[in-house]
Design a protein around this ligand. Structure first.
Ligand SMILES: *Cc1c(COP(=O)(O)O)cnc(C)c1O
Length: 431
């Protein structure tokens, strides 16, 4: 018996008439897995409920932000309290200082931070800052890393573009795209070669310190350290895009976990507690180039928005409680062990990657180290697996090339249910 998703399908038909592809962000479309996307009516804790009333254990978590699950009572009440005092002033509030102090205390390389409204905005601003400081144009990034939809970075950019099979995005001025140099992730030799040749023209190297937008691809030991060394030698800035990993793999992000400090850090997702916030920060000297102190201009009508700051403050307080990250680690380990056992018992070729509460299962026999190896996955198998999981009440991202996210409020029951659902979905997918 198949799950009834009629209302979602009807809503999708209506949506397509007034929105491109029926969605406000392309990753929400089910293009890579077939069928109509779910329309969500409500969510609480680890569960989301669609418009037809079907309930799912959720491992998307709004694509990363909801590390304390949906509608966490403390976050909801912080937003509600603030809403009654006004939703936006276009002037400063104490809430912004509080959140900035928490970020500065948590993230090793940040002394000063600027709030914006999305991860994309944080990264675009960080690039402008790096170009402004160095007076250089070129940017180095890695294939399969996604850094938001800014023009400079939509080249071989992972995430939604891979899922939709878009090799190159039209509409980007070629003279700008030419300034973006792409290298394979985890390949330090190629980084050294490029910097030997063009190091003096490179403004910044930007990296997801843990690849999260081609599925989870952890850095090889020494990779981040080598990036630090090479950029420093060339007088280029090292930018860590911690939009996913910030507050996810530790309170201080991946830089704290691996002990490597970038010059600029970009954040988003978790920092907003489920509301739209991005941020970028670095040393006092680096950030002194931003207006109004310096001449690198960047502004935002709704930046530091009080509702978003209230939610972000509450989120960081929740994350600071003792034992949060140990609990996330244990839950994620338990889930992945169950998934690994399923795969082994059924004789299915799959690779698992995980750092803390972010994880992926790749349907390939190749070791996962970069975008090339990720692309070797059997995406038809994934498609069957995804749809099988959905039938069993488990919601993961509708693409092989995305991460799964555990929250602090997933229960043992959720995890057992997921492992059993996965066993059934794998069995069905194998045919
Ligand atoms: C999601 C993401 C972005 C873009 O953030 P938005 O808030 O969607 O603009 C940038 N970088 C990384 C690593 C991301 O995962």
């Amino acid at each position: 018996m198949s799950m009834n998703r009629n209302i979602s399908s009807q809503l999708f038909s209506k949506a397509k008439k007034v929105m491109p592809g029926g969605v406000n962000s392309p990753v929400r479309a089910f293009n890579a897995v077939g069928g109509d996307p779910l329309f969500i009516k409500s969510a609480r804790g680890s569960r989301i409920t669609d418009a037809d009333g079907n309930e799912f254990v959720d491992y998307v978590g709004s694509w990363g932000p909801l590390i304390f699950g949906h509608a966490h009572p403390q976050i909801v009440s912080a937003i509600t309290r603030q809403a009654q005092l006004g939703t936006s002033y276009g002037a400063s509030t104490e809430l912004e200082i509080q959140l900035a102090e928490k970020v500065v205390n948590a993230v090793p390389s940040i002394e000063v931070v600027r709030m914006v409204n999305s991860g994309t905005e944080a990264v675009m601003s960080a690039l402008r800052l790096a170009r402004g400081i160095t007076g250089r144009d070129k940017i180095v990034k890695f294939e399969g890393c996604y850094h938001g939809h800014g023009d400079s970075l939509l080249v071989k950019a992972g995430s939604g573009l891979v899922s939709l099979g878009i090799p190159e995005c039209p509409g980007i001025v070629s003279s700008l795209a030419e300034k973006t140099l792409n290298l394979p992730y985890n390949n330090i030799e190629q980084v050294r070669e490029l910097f030997d040749k063009e190091g003096k023209e490179i403004a910044a190297l930007i990296v997801e310190p843990i690849g999260g937008n081609m599925g989870v691809v952890p850095p090889k030991p020494g990779f981040l350290e080598a990036l630090r060394e090479v950029t420093q030698k060339a007088g280029a800035l090292l930018i860590f895009d911690e939009v996913i990993t910030g507050f996810r793999v530790s309170l201080g992000g991946a830089q704290k976990l691996y002990g490597v400090n970038p010059d600029i850090t970009c954040m988003g997702k978790i920092i907003g507690g489920g509301l739209p916030v991005g941020a970028y920060g670095g040393s006092r000297d680096v950030m002194a180039h931003i207006s109004p102190l310096g001449s690198v201009y960047q502004a935002g009508t709704l930046s530091g928005n009080p509702l978003a700051m209230a939610a972000g403050n509450e989120m960081l307080d929740l994350l600071s409680q003792d034992g949060t990250y140990q609990a996330l680690e244990q839950k994620s380990q338990k889930l992945c062990e169950g998934l690994i056992q399923n795969v082994a018992a059924l004789g299915i070729q799959a690779q698992f990657t995980r750092v803390g509460s972010m994880f992926s299962m790749f349907f390939t026999d190749q070791d996962i180290v970069d975008f090339e190896t990720v692309k070797s996955c059997d995406t038809d198998f994934f498609k069957r697996y995804f749809n099988g999981l959905l039938e069993e009440g488990v919601y993961i991202a509708p693409s092989q090339f995305e991460a799964g996210f555990m929250s602090a409020v997933h229960t043992d029951e959720d995890i057992s249910l997921t492992i059993e659902a996965s066993r059934k979905a794998l069995t069905a997918a194998r045919g």
